[in-house]
Structures are given as structure tokens and as C-alpha cells.
Design a protein around this ligand. Sequence first.
Ligand code: EPZ
Length: 432
Amino acid sequence: MDKLVIRGGNPLTGSLTVSGSKNTALPLMSAALLTDGPVTLTNVPDLKDIHTFRRVIEVTGTTVDHEPGHHRMTLNAGSLTDIEAPYELVKRMRASFYMLGALLGRMGKARVSLPGGCAWGPRPVDLHIEGMKALGAEISLDQGYVVASAPGGRLSGGCMTLDPSSVGATINIALAASLARGGSIIENAAIEPDVVHFCHMLQAMGARMNGVGTRTLEIEGVDRLEPVDFENCPDRIEMGTFMIAAAIAGRPGSAIEIRNGRTDHLGDAFLEAFKWTGTQIKERDGVISVVPPDELRPVNVTTGIYPGFPTDLQAQWTVLMARCAGNSKVHEIVYPDRFKHIPELQRMGVNAIIVGDEVMIEGGKPIQGTSVMSTDLRASVSLVLAGMVAEGETHVLRVYHLDRGYERLEDKLSGAGIDIERVRFDEWADPS
Ligand code: EPZ
């Protein structure tokens, strides 16, 4: 295992570059299974989750030519024969559950392990399963696996309403519906940029869809989809993380540039809250400049589905609020108990307490470096942000969580002035 060692106090300077979106690359890879020819994806981030999902896809017999360093991947499902997604891999990465919709759509049957939970609690997939049933699939559970089949070998299509609106369920149902015999309607569909970009790829492959980017997604099934080459979009959560990093650790009045990102993918709620902190955002020629104020203002936020405040930026926002002179509240309503970072931040001196589904933060307290434990992807990056402005050294353990969603983060931050390095570390070795 590795850890990151951060010596706090250096200002963030210069520029940061956003990689391709993890949460978009995964559905794009799934869509490649819907056709029998080569699909080349570009701007694919080099992340653990991408490597894991590649292995899940290869189990089916699909060939994947992956060039991580070039952020490119060519998938050819012409050789797809196996309709199983095994527990050993699905348990590592929840989005593997997209195999259900992809295999049902392409092959008319699937045997996919239930994904299980994650660090902050249960992650149900009832909407995914109900959606497949609405499309005509027969579903049974067998030893922790979802066993699905389409009568006559092809789904009929159908209608369903998502409550709550779900990114994963929208994607999974759209994967299956694209090759169904008839039409389908998804009411209260997710409209996150990840979902919209994924739908654009399906349309480029020949899928017939109306209402992309709206809450009513209509899909007319077609007999086949064609291979395409398609570019992934930038990672909006990494973009938001870098904007918060600039506000936290940048020099007041000095611009930090963020390249290859898109602020319009963050949604108005985040952009408005960010500006209310007093931090300036300027955009020119695809480069976003973030200019921290002399004094950050506290801003209360409540997470929500797009274009609401992204739950994936909630932990990072808490660290920003800890740097403000004043008190604030972060209200998490998408996931219960997505607060595993709070006890670790408290160990660093952050005055934050959990009250129900809210975190109350008293800003302005000094943050001290110490050893802290990553628990999940976004919690771990919040610990890195705190370490950047902590007094002394911060050791962030179990960075394999971080590696799931941030490509070479330590290289990007050290290239922008932060004193951070990755160190081999065996946390189970007897303390010397
Ligand atoms: C996606 O997860 C993202 N993951 C998550 O990012 C993100 O936090 C989430 O969307 C919300 O934006 C990927 O795209 C791979 P949901 P997903 O289904 O699809 C409930 C990260 O850090 N729900 O939109 O699993 C669910 O419990 C990850 O990159 C059901 O009740 O999220 C939650 O309360 C973490 N039944 C709400 O819907 C279901 O069948 C939204 O979840 C499915 C979901």
C-alpha cells in the first residue's frame, strides 16, 4: 500500500490539468458492448476503476486494447460470448453493474453480481432491477447474482419512473432499451453531464433517443448499433476539486489556472456557492482562472441531483469551509451518512460536527498535520486538501481509494507548488 506525505504551507501556484471523466468513461465503455465492432474511446483517465472495469468487460470475451498512458482504449465486443460479471470484480467497483443493461441489451441475458455497499453505506440497485423488469426482462436472484433474461431473446421496451432520480439506473436502463424491440420512456431520468455525454455516444452509434438532457428520456429500440470512435468529456468532479483547492491554498489575488475543464458541467448551485465565498472565476479560451479572495466567506450548501450541488464535492467543500472566518453548514441529502471524512478532519483540528444529515463547521481554526485514514474516494481527497494547508506533515494512508478517481494527483499538485510525495508504506508492519 502507499501513502501520501504532504508538508503543508506551500501556496498552490501555476496551473492544474483536468483528466477525462471517470463517471462518464465507465458508461462509454459499457456502450461499446452494444455493437460488434471496434469502438475507440479517447480522453479515458488512467484510474484504478477504469482498469477494474476493463477486466470485467474482458471476462465476456470482448477484447480491450488499452493504452493508459495515451488515455485511449479500443473495445471490440464482436468476440463477446460470456454473459457473466463476477463478484470478485463487481465488488471492487459498483459501476460494473452497468454490465446488466449492456448484456441484456446486446445478448438478451445476463448474470451479474449484486455490487454490495460502499464505505458510507448501502448502495441499492432496486431501480436498476425494476427498470429491467419494465423493459420486459425476467429477473431472479441466485447466490448474490442478478440473473436476467429477455423472453424470446430480446427486450420489449417499456416505461418507468425513477424515484429518486438515479444516474446509474438511467444509464443502465438506457443501455438495455437502446436495442429493445419497442419504445421506452424513463421519467425523472438523471440529467448529469455524465449521462448526457453517454446518450450522445449512443446516438452517434445509431440509437434513437429524444429528450436527452431532460427528465423524460424517450428511446426507440433499434436492431443494431454501429461502432464509433468517441471522446470522453473532462471530469467535472476533479474540476470542482481543483477549484476548491485553488480557493483553499492559492495566494489571495493570484490566479491559478485550470486547464481542460468545463465549469458548465458543475451546475449552477456549485458555481453560485463558489462565487459567494468571494473567490473569482474567469474563463478564457478554455482555461479557467481561479482567484482566491483576501478572506473566504462561509457559504451553506445542500447537495442535490444535477444541477444541484454535487454530493461528490461535499467533503471537499467542508475543508473549504474550515478555512473561512465564520460558521457554515453542509447538508447531505443524496446519501445518508456520507461523512466518513469528518472524524479524520477532526483529528487535524477541523471543528466540524455531524448533526443528523448535516455537518456544522466552525471555520478559522488552525489545521494540524497528522496521520489520517482514507475511507472512500472523495473523503480521501478532502484529507489531501486539508494537508495542503495544515501546519506540519500530513500522512494520508490507504491512497488506493484516491487512485480510483484521481489520476497522478500527487504529480499534478507538486507541479503546482505543493510539497507532496507518494511513499511505499505497510501499515500493518510493527511500528518501529
Ligand atoms: C453515481 O453513482 C456516481 N458514480 C457517484 O459518484 C455519485 O455520487 C452519484 O452518481 C450521484 O451523483 C458513478 O457515476 C460511477 P445514483 P450512482 O444512482 O449512479 C439512490 C464518485 O465518487 N438509489 O444517482 O450509484 C441512491 O442510494 C461516485 O465518483 C436507489 O435508491 O448514484 C442515492 O441515494 C460516488 N436505488 C440516489 O439514488 C437505486 O437503484 C442517487 O444515486 C439506485 C440509486
